[in-house]
Ligand binder design. Structure first.
Ligand code: CP
Length: 341
């Protein structure tokens, strides 16, 4: 593992600037490096709380949070719900399949309806890129993007960064950022909002990001975002410190992008043998849900000392608690947060 850069925390935030001057969390692309670090640092207190028997802190008492999910989810929906409840908010989940969306109601009319119920924060997952911003433009409360089409999944990238930071620190590296790390993201990059948010987040924190996919699953012009592009997975893995595997997003594929899952696994599946190309202490990540035997083999996914996949899930609750806390500070009249738009 490459050596890490350390910085005293006070030096990381610009003097006099509001630590997080945004009303909404739409994407990592809207955030500066110090704002990402601020959210990671804020989440640390919630990691501690979540490991206690009493996981309740009544910070958001009286507030109503609506989780409006227009796509399936296990991790993101549950962790936003747990996050809101642990902070004392009333949390309501709207599943599109049981909503009036099925009767033809538009996204904007749905947003106006949720707004009229005086939600204090709305968490949205939607299949269309840009849907979250569209809703944010129509409502009066903070909006948090829980994944919009192929655009962004910002809390996923933040929880990934927090999980990685914890894992590095556990090894005795006083990591505050990822300078010097070589991180491979391999899989269906073309359809992945997780890849996009992670590319932005990991680069902002100093990592070198290698993207690896078959040509048909690599977005055109992605090099312009500063990534190193690979189509040969074994080459991409050479000396990598972290390997993040992504599933094939068949629900977003319009046509045939790979000849077969078997062939895909042969070229791009993370097997134990292939993993030996990475650094000797390389870590494995996956945002889930995993398709074992396709993009990752169980014997790698379940490696006790190298896989941090369950830690990613753990950090998801803490990051979402931090995001809900920070974004509702203006509503709650927390000192110094009146400028957050
Ligand atoms: N990683 C992720 O977004 O998982 P879910 O689809 O289960 O929320």
């Amino acid at each position: 593992m490459a050596s890490m850069q350390t910085q005293p925390s006070a030096a990381r935030y610009p003097a006099g600037a509001l630590a997080f001057p945004h009303r909404d969390l739409i994407g990592i692309g809207q955030l500066q490096r110090h704002e990402i670090l601020f959210l990671l640092d804020e989440a640390e207190q919630w990691v501690v709380l979540n490991r206690q028997t009493n996981k309740r802190e009544d910070l958001l008492g009286g507030l109503t949070i609506i989780n409006a999910f227009f796509e399936n989810s296990t991790r993101t929906l549950l962790s936003f719900e747990i996050a809101g409840k642990r902070l004392g908010a009333d949390v309501v989940n709207m599943h599109a399949a049981q909503s009036s969306v099925k009767k033809g109601e538009t996204l904007i009319d749905t947003a106006i309806t949720l707004n009229a119920m005086r939600a204090d924060a709305i968490v949205i997952r939607h299949g269309s890129s840009g849907a979250t911003q569209l809703i944010a433009d129509k409502v009066d409360c903070p909006v948090l993007n829980a994944g919009d089409g192929q655009h962004e999944h910002p809390t996923q990238a933040l929880l990934d960064a927090l999980a990685l930071r914890h894992s590095l620190q556990e090894r005795g590296e006083k990591a505050t950022d990822f300078t010097g790390l070589k991180i491979v993201i391999c899989g269906d990059i073309k359809h992945s909002r997780v890849a996009r948010s992670n590319l932005l987040c990991l680069q902002a924190l100093g990592a070198t990001v290698r993207l690896c996919a078959p040509p048909a699953l690599m977005p055109d012009g992605i090099e312009a975002m500063g990534a190193e592009v690979f189509h040969d997975f074994d080459r991409a893995l050479q000396g990598a410190d972290v390997v993040m595997m992504l599933r094939l997003q068949s629900e977003r594929m319009n046509g045939q992008f790979i000849p077969s899952e078997r062939e895909y696994h042969h070229l791009y599946g993370l097997t134990r043998k292939r993993f030996e190309n990475a650094a000797a202490d390389a870590l494995v990540m996956h945002p889930g849900p995993m398709n074992r035997g396709v993009e990752i083999d169980s014997e790698v996914a379940d490696m006790i000392d190298r896989s941090i996949i369950t830690r990613q899930v753990e950090m998801g609750v803490a990051i979402r608690m931090a995001a809900l806390d920070v974004l509702t500070r203006r509503t709650r009249g927390v000192d110094g947060w009146e400028n957050a738009r």
